[in-house]
Design a protein around this ligand. Structure first.
Ligand SMILES: [Zn+2]
Length: 136
C-alpha cells in the first residue's frame, strides 16, 4: 500500500467517458443540493409564518435559524467545490493534485469527485489536522 498503490493508480489515465460520468455525477449532486437548499428555505418561510409570541418558542426559532444558516454555509461551500470541479473538467485541469501536482487516482475521483488532493496529500493534511486538534 502507500506509495506503490498511488503509483499504480497514477498510471491509470482518466479517459473521456470516465470524465463525463464524473461530470454528470457532479451536476446531479449540484442540482440535488440546490433543491435541498430551496426546500430548506421554503420550510423556513413556512415556519416564520406561524410566529409565536411565547419567548421560549422565539428562542427555539432563533436556534433553528442558526442551524439552518450553518447548514446553508456548508451547502454553499460544497456547491462552490462542485462548481470548481466542473470548471476544472471543462478547462482540462481536473484530477491533478493541487498540492503536489500529481494525478489523483481515478478511483479516488470517482468516490469523491470534488477532491483537489491526492490520497497522500489528503492523508498528510488529515494527520496535520489531527496534530492540531491534539494541541488544542
Ligand atoms: Zn498530492
Amino acid at each position: 500500500m502507500g506509495r506503490e498503490t498511488h503509483f499504480f493508480f497514477g498510471v491509470e489515465t482518466m479517459n473521456n467517458s470516465k470524465l463525463l460520468s464524473i461530470k454528470k455525477k457532479l451536476e446531479k449532486q449540484r442540482s440535488d443540493l440546490l433543491q435541498e437548499a430551496e426546500q430548506t428555505l421554503l420550510d423556513k418561510i413556512g415556519k416564520e409564518k406561524e410566529s409565536f409570541p411565547d419567548p421560549t418558542d422565539q428562542a427555539v426559532a432563533e436556534l433553528d435559524s442558526n442551524f439552518q444558516l450553518r447548514l446553508r454555509g456548508r451547502e454553499q461551500k460544497l456547491l462552490k467545490k462542485i462548481d470548481e470541479a466542473i470548471a476544472r473538467i471543462e478547462d482540462g485541469t481536473y484530477g491533478v493534485c493541487e498540492s503536489c501536482g500529481e494525478n489523483i487516482s481515478v478511483r479516488r475521483l470517482e468516490a469523491r469527485p470534488v477532491t483537489t488532493l491526492c490520497i497522500e496529500c489528503k492523508t498528510q493534511q488529515e494527520e496535520e489536522e489531527k496534530m492540531m486538534e491534539r494541541k488544542r
